[in-house]
Design a protein around this ligand. Sequence first.
Ligand code: DX5
Ligand code: ZN
Length: 221
Amino acid sequence: MERSIIIAPSVLSADFSDIRGALSQIEHSGTSWVHLDVMDGMFVPNITFGAKFIKDIRPCTSLFFDAHLMVEEPSRFIEEFAKAGCDCITVHTEACKDIKATLDLIRSFGIKCGLTVKPDTPVTDLKDYLDDLDLVLIMSVNPGFGGQGLIPETLDKVRWLHDVRGSRRYLISIDGGVNLKTISAVAESGVDVAVAGSAYFNAPDKTLFVRKMSSGQGENS
Ligand code: DX5
Ligand code: ZN
């Protein structure tokens, strides 16, 4: 059967002065997800946008809102982000005081919940939560900025998550440095979802880009 990886373009690399145009471009390029990188300048050394931005763009599109919260103690903001229209909220193990309570809070709003780890955090830190997760995100760069190179060792974490999944429902996602050159190794490791920021927005033909990326063959397709 042909491989089909969900491609989640990250608006981090979009021109925020034309966010409507970027969302419409994503919809028309043949994918149904958009990745929303929320950064607070504390957990990561960069600031992007908050729940108001997400609430304002919600009526512009029916794309699946895959929110990645790079914020300290995200439980403070879960209600606001859920009500803004996120379909899935992913939080960092390193940022939560109480990981289980934060995941329960996300689920209490009837949306999907995800958990992620930075490149230096062992994947086994996710072990106790796997039964209840809809998404597990492996950071393949140190979070904060788009356009960095993928750290190859992080693919071992994807392989581990793939091997231990069994009948659990979680999707495995990867974020950082995913492009036409790296996608084949990423696909072989067993991901279901690939976030692409700079590679997507730099691609001259976005429909072709999504097609090549979701086949998992990239440049070889
Ligand atoms: C990094 C963000 C990523 C970023 C990926 O902190 O979480 O989602 O946008 O960008 P690229 O694809 O350019 O590495
Ligand atoms: Zn992200």
